[in-house]
Design a protein around this ligand. Structure first.
Ligand SMILES: [Zn+2]
Length: 365
C-alpha cells in the first residue's frame, strides 16, 4: 500500500532538519505534520493546472517540494539541500529517515478503515478505550469529560489510566491520590449507571530491570493495568528480559506502547519480540496498539508477529485530551492491516467479558 502523504511528509521533515534557523525548521515540521494529518491523499488536492490547493500551514516553499514528489517520486530540492549540509546534519537526517517506517498518515489510516477486511475489527465493534490520561496526571480532560466523550463515540465503558507514582515527570499519582480518584470514579459511575462505566486503571511504568513501579497489592486495586516502558528507549541493547519481566508481573493486563518508539526521533526498545509475544499469549496479557500518531506502537508488521503468537490486543488512543480520541482509529487501522481477528481485540468485548478476563489476570498472582 502506498502512503503518499507519509512519503511527502518525510521529505518535508528532511528539509526541516537541514534548516539552520529554528523558525524555518519549525515551519517545515509544521508543514510535514499538516500533510500527515490530512484526511485525504494529497495528490487529490492538485488542481488541473498542476498547482496545489491551499492547505493551512503549507507555504510556497513546501508546496514546491510537494509538487516535485508527486510528479517524480523524489525531491531534487531536498536532495540538494541534504547534500550541501554539514556531515553531522546529513548523518542525523539519515538516522531520522530510518525511524519513520510503518507510520501511517491519517489518510492511509482512513483508507485502511474503509478497505474490506473480513473478520477484522471495524469502528462500530469498538466499545471502549483502555489507555487514557486525565487532568489527575498529565492529561487535559476531566473524568466526566472522558465519560461524555466515550458516550458520544458510542462506547459503553473505558479506562482512565493516569501515570503511576514512579513517573513523577508525567504527574504520576501517589496512592493517596489514586484513592481520591477512585472515590470520584465511584461517584461518577453511580451518576452514569446503566449508561457508561469508567474503569479504574493505571499506566504503570516498566523499570529498566523489568519490574513494575507498583507493588502487587497496589496493582490489585486497579481494574485495568497498562504497563509501559518510558526509559532506555534509545538504547540498542537487547531488552527482552525487561519486557518479559513486565509481561510476567502479576496484575498487569496490557503491555502498553511496547517499543516506546517516537516518529522520526526514537527507535524504542530492541527485543526478541517473539519471546515476549509468546509469553504474553501464554499469560493472557494483551499487547497494545497505541494509536498516538507519533507512536503507532505496535505497528502492523510487529502486530502480525503477535497474531502468530496467539496474543490478545488492546487498541487504544493514549488520548490526553478529548480531541485525541480519534487516535484509536490509527490503532484500529494498524490492526486491520495486520489482520488481527476481531475476537482477539479486548476493546470489542462486552464489559462483563473484559472484567472477567481482567479479574482472572489479577488473581493469577
Ligand atoms: Zn506511556
Amino acid at each position: 500500500m502506498r502512503d503518499v502523504n507519509s512519503e511527502v511528509a518525510g521529505w518535508l521533515r528532511d528539509l526541516a532538519f537541514v534548516q539552520k534557523s529554528p523558525h524555518s525548521r519549525w515551519g517545515y515540521k509544521r508543514a510535514a505534520a499538516a500533510v500527515m494529518y490530512l484526511p485525504v491523499p494529497i495528490d487529490t488536492l492538485v488542481n488541473p493546472d498542476g498547482t496545489l490547493q491551499k492547505i493551512p500551514s503549507i507555504g510556497p516553499a513546501s508546496t514546491r517540494v510537494i509538487l516535485e514528489v508527486l510528479r517524480d517520486g523524489t525531491s531534487p530540492i531536498v536532495d540538494d539541500a541534504v547534500e550541501a549540509a554539514e556531515p553531522k546534519t546529513r548523518a542525523d537526517i539519515l538516522r531520522r529517515r530510518g525511524l519513520r517506517s510503518n507510520f501511517l498518515s491519517r489518510a492511509a489510516a482512513e483508507e485502511a478503515m474503509r478497505s474490506p477486511t473480513p473478520n477484522a475489527p471495524a469502528r462500530a465493534d469498538i466499545r471502549c478505550d483502555l489507555q487514557m490520561h486525565s487532568d489527575w496526571s498529565d492529561g487535559g480532560q476531566t473524568l466526566e469529560e472522558i465519560i461524555e466523550t466515550g458516550l458520544a463515540r458510542g462506547y459503553t465503558h473505558s479506562a482512565v489510566t493516569d501515570h503511576s507514582y514512579g513517573l513523577p515527570i508525567a504527574g504520576g499519582l501517589s496512592m493517596a491520590r489514586i484513592e481520591q480518584q477512585h472515590r470520584e470514579i465511584d461517584a461518577l459511575n453511580a451518576k452514569y449507571q446503566g449508561k457508561f462505566r469508567l474503569l479504574k486503571g493505571i499506566e504503570a511504568n516498566i523499570r529498566a530491570d523489568g519490574s513494575v513501579d507498583m507493588t502487587y497489592s497496589e496493582l490489585a486495586l486497579m481494574e485495568i493495568v497498562v504497563a509501559a516502558p518510558h526509559s532506555a528507549l534509545r538504547s540498542s541493547a537487547d531488552q527482552t528480559a525487561r519486557m518479559l519481566g513486565a509481561v510476567q508481573t502479576p496484575g498487569v493486563h496490557i503491555l502498553g506502547h511496547p517499543r516506546g518508539r517516537m516518529y522520526g526521533s526514537r527507535p524504542g526498545v530492541t527485543a526478541e519480540w517473539e519471546r515476549v509475544f509468546d509469553a504474553a499469549a501464554r499469560l493472557d496479557v494483551a499487547i497494545e496498539l497505541d494509536g498516538d500518531p507519533s507512536r503507532q506502537d505496535l505497528d502492523y508488521d510487529l502486530a502480525r508477529r503477535a497474531i502468530a503468537s496467539g496474543c490478545l490486543f488492546a487498541l487504544d488512543s493514549d488520548a490526553h485530551a478529548t480531541d485525541q480520541w480519534w487516535y484509536a482509529e490509527t490503532a484500529l487501522a494498524h490492526a486491520r492491516l495486520a489482520g488481527v481477528p476481531r475476537d482477539r481485540v479486548i476493546n470489542c468485548w462486552p464489559l462483563p467479558r473484559l472484567l472477567e478476563w481482567a479479574g482472572r489476570r489479577t488473581l493469577a498472582a
